[in-house]
Write a protein that binds this ligand. Structure first.
Ligand code: PGA
Length: 252
């Protein structure tokens, strides 16, 4: 089965509103092919403006985070209702910076996955091992634990709204990407785990992005692996040319 690759730019805490609009406009005019799904995840402050600037629906709007509660006294947080209101399509959950800098536990990540699905949006669930875990040989144990916890109890219909992003923590923002073989090994293990839990059809449909120092120079080697279905791109997504080149690398 041919899965449609999905390449998403995670802008993190970069770009003002006007810079975000300029970036998405440059990207729209550069992208000609529609056979890859493309997403951008601006800062919350730019979501609404980026949605308005998107002349067509080819580019998905992705939020970088959401609070698990529907509303309330949570200063500085953003709810699902607010993300729906500005026109988001996906929410990124479980990014390593949320897990490791902001202390989000597997349990909290799982709650957020459920919040997003209950709100009717799609989820990009990110997971990945630290350098210590890789050195200790516990990479697969870590990602399997994160997967089990993040997706526990989901129906097949709910799973169909999930995209996984394997992002080794040691590869994020370091310039040190996982090798295509290293990434493929983990992607294969994750797909097998999905097959064990939800059946082979669900696992064949599920898209698993790779993330961690993707650049135009290494994108194609990564994306050509059997179980790698596009990528989650940080630094290189801040330049329209580089990000468009990476999206195009997913075509082949
Ligand atoms: P990077 O970030 O491409 O800058 O390594 C990836 C990510 O954090 O999603």
């Amino acid at each position: 089965m041919q899965r449609v690759p999905f390449v998403c730019g995670n802008w993190k805490m970069h770009k003002t509103v006007s810079e975000s609009i300029a970036l998405v406009n440059a990207l729209s005019s550069r992208l000609t092919d529609t056979s890859v799904e493309i997403g951008v995840a601006p800062a919350h402050t730019s979501l609404y403006a980026v949605k308005k600037a998107l002349a067509d629906d080819r580019i998905r709007l992705v939020a970088q985070n959401v609070h698990e509660a529907p509303r309330g006294a949570f200063t500085g947080e953003v709810s699902m209702e607010m993300l729906l209101d500005v026109g988001c399509d996906y929410v990124l959950v479980g990014h390593s910076e949320r897990r490791h800098i902001f202390g989000e536990s597997d349990e909290l990540v799982a709650q957020k996955v459920r919040t997003v699905l209950a709100g009717g949006l799609r989820v990009i669930l990110a997971l990945g091992e630290t350098l210590d875990e890789r050195k200790q040989g516990s990479t697969l144990m870590t990602v399997r634990r994160q997967l089990t916890s993040g997706l526990e109890g989901l129906s097949e219909d709910e799973l169909a709204k999930v995209v996984l992003a394997y992002e080794p923590v040691w590869a994020i923002g370091t310039g040190l990407s996982a090798s295509p073989d290293q990434a493929q090994e983990v992607h294969r293990a994750l797909r097998t785990q999905i097959s064990d839990g939800w059946g082979s059809e669900a696992s064949t449909k599920l898209r698993i992005q790779y993330g961690g120092s993707i650049k135009p120079a290494n994108a194609q080697a990564l994306f050509s692996q059997l179980d790698i279905d596009g990528g989650l791109v940080g630094g290189a997504s801040l330049l329209a040319e580089d990000f468009a080149d990476i999206c195009e690398a997913a075509l082949t």
